[in-house]
Design a protein around this ligand. Structure first.
Ligand code: NGQ
Ligand code: ZN
Length: 451
């Protein structure tokens, strides 16, 4: 049992004073407000719920700084993807674990308390499965275990190079399975994740480019009630290819053919007509927005205003992991909308704080997308807590939602003080407790990878 006493905390019913939280077995056992601290309580300033990071490709963290140089005449998502595929071929199990572990520590330091790892680097560099088919999945599990980040592992089914069951590229060989081998991989992944308290497994048909309709049907049937994540409509070329192949846009096609519901998380969904936007919102599925990566890759701008007006749910993901921040993702999301509409505070409720609206919506959508039954500082929810260094000179005059606005729009990660995931404190003073050791391991892995 751990007890934390907060001067102020954001509970489901709103901001409260003198909040005492008790954690037991990874869950919140009690929440009291206007309560004094008891002897032995850990005392902190301002507490808010931890955030779910609903979309990550861990290994891509190691490419940060290596792809911002212009290639030839054109430099696009597709040329970035070639570089990424080459890079993916060089990663072995030890590098995977070292990169994922430091990345997951960074996520905790940013205020993320769980991650949806969209894991598709399955096989050895020659494309043959490792002796243990789930070797790399186990390295992801190990990274989550060492750092304490909550994990929803999303083993990815990838079989084709484009719409219509096109042959895969050479560079995709480490990702590939047929449905039968994918079922074995999924089973082995479930066994690996079973060792980790609170962790879970979903399925991730990579994209409509990588699966046929029959394969998509087969993979969805393997979800066993867990989340279903898929990339969709990220690039204009993908929409054009879809139109050329099936005469429909990706989201239009998916909604017409499959019973998309609350279990689904559609990653990006950038390019949608108004009809698709409203249609997706009505399904109750989560739009998995990855604003920093979408900006970095030149994807486009998500139609957030009509989507939210139709009741659409969203969460945030760090995807390519070029930069890690709860605040930074939400800021990029809102700023793209401001630039698009030439207005301010686009995603706030009338009269309300933008930071608060973004954090509330992304926490709810993220929890749903990762298959969490509950979230927030309430009894029975996972004990995922972030404390903010509210007493510092820059922000001490701000209260409640203003402090959230300062976190999102001004301070970023620097305002994060303590982070508890599943009831265990992993970050103090903004630093993960194992940062030094994890950094050394990362440095050694990069020496192997880059030389
Ligand atoms: C991915 N990334 O799965 O890492 C993809 C590229 C692909 C983004 N879509 C790979 N941002 O599309 O095959
Ligand atoms: Zn992705």
């Amino acid at each position: 049992m751990t007890a934390i006493h907060l001067r102020r905390a954001l509970l489901p019913e709103g901001w409260r004073d003198e909040v005492r939280l008790v954690f037991a077995d990874g869950l919140i056992a009690s929440v009291e407000s206007d309560a004094p601290a008891a002897p032995g309580d850990e005392v902190a300033e301002v507490g808010v719920p931890g955030m779910a990071n609903l979309h990550s490709h861990a290994f891509q963290r190691a490419m940060a700084g290596l792809t911002e140089q212009r290639g030839g005449k054109t430099d696009t998502f597709w040329t970035w993807r070639e570089t990424m595929y080459r890079f993916a071929l060089s990663i072995g199990p030890d590098e995977m674990e070292a990169v994922a572990a430091l990345l997951y520590a960074e996520m905790l330091e940013a205020g993320f308390t769980s991650v949806g790892e969209f894991h598709y680097l399955h096989h050895a560099p020659d494309g043959q499965p490792y002796a243990n088919i789930a070797e790399l999945a186990e390295r992801i599990v190990a990274a989550a275990q060492t750092t304490g980040l909550g994990l929803t592992l999303l083993p990815v089914f990838y079989a084709h190079g484009n719409f219509g069951g096109a042959a895969p590229h050479e560079g995709q060989r480490r990702f590939l399975n047929d449905p039968a081998r994918f079922a074995r991989l999924l089973e082995a992944s479930r066994a690996a994740v079973a060792r980790l308290p609170g962790a879970s497994v979903g399925v991730a048909p990579h994209s409509l480019r990588a699966v046929t309709e029959a394969e998509l049907t087969a993979v969805i049937a393997m979800a066993e009630g867990g989340p279903i994540h898929m990339h969709i409509a990220e690039q204009v070329r993908e929409v054009d290819d879809s139109l050329a192949w099936v005469g429909a846009r990706p989201v239009q096609w998916l909604l017409a053919r499959f019973a998309v519901d609350r279990r689904w998380c559609l990653i990006h969904a950038t390019h949608m007509t108004d009809f698709e936007t409203t249609g997706l919102a009505r399904t109750g599925a989560v739009a998995g927005l990855c604003p920093i990566t979408e900006g970095n890759l030149g994807d486009g701008i998500f139609p957030a205003r009509p989507f939210r007006a139709a009741g659409g749910r969203f969460g945030i993901g760090s995807d390519s992991n070029v930069r890690i921040g709860v605040a930074a993702e939400l800021r990029q999301l809102e700023y793209a909308q401001r630039l698009l509409h030439r207005e301010r505070n686009v995603l706030a409720e009338a009269g309300g704080s933008t930071g608060r609206a973004l954090l509330d919506a992304a926490a709810a959508g993220g929890a749903q997308a990762l298959g969490a039954a509950m979230h927030g500082l309430r009894v029975g929810a996972p004990a995922d807590l972030v404390t903010l260094a509210a007493a510092g000179p820059l922000y001490a005059h701000l209260a409640d939602d203003q402090l959230l606005d300062a976190w999102v729009f001004s301070a970023g990660n620097a305002l994060v003080d303590g982070v508890w995931a599943r009831g265990i404190k992993r970050v103090s003073g903004g630093r993960h407790h194992d940062r030094a050791a994890l950094s050394e391991r990362y440095r050694a892995a990069m020496a192997t990878l880059i030389g």
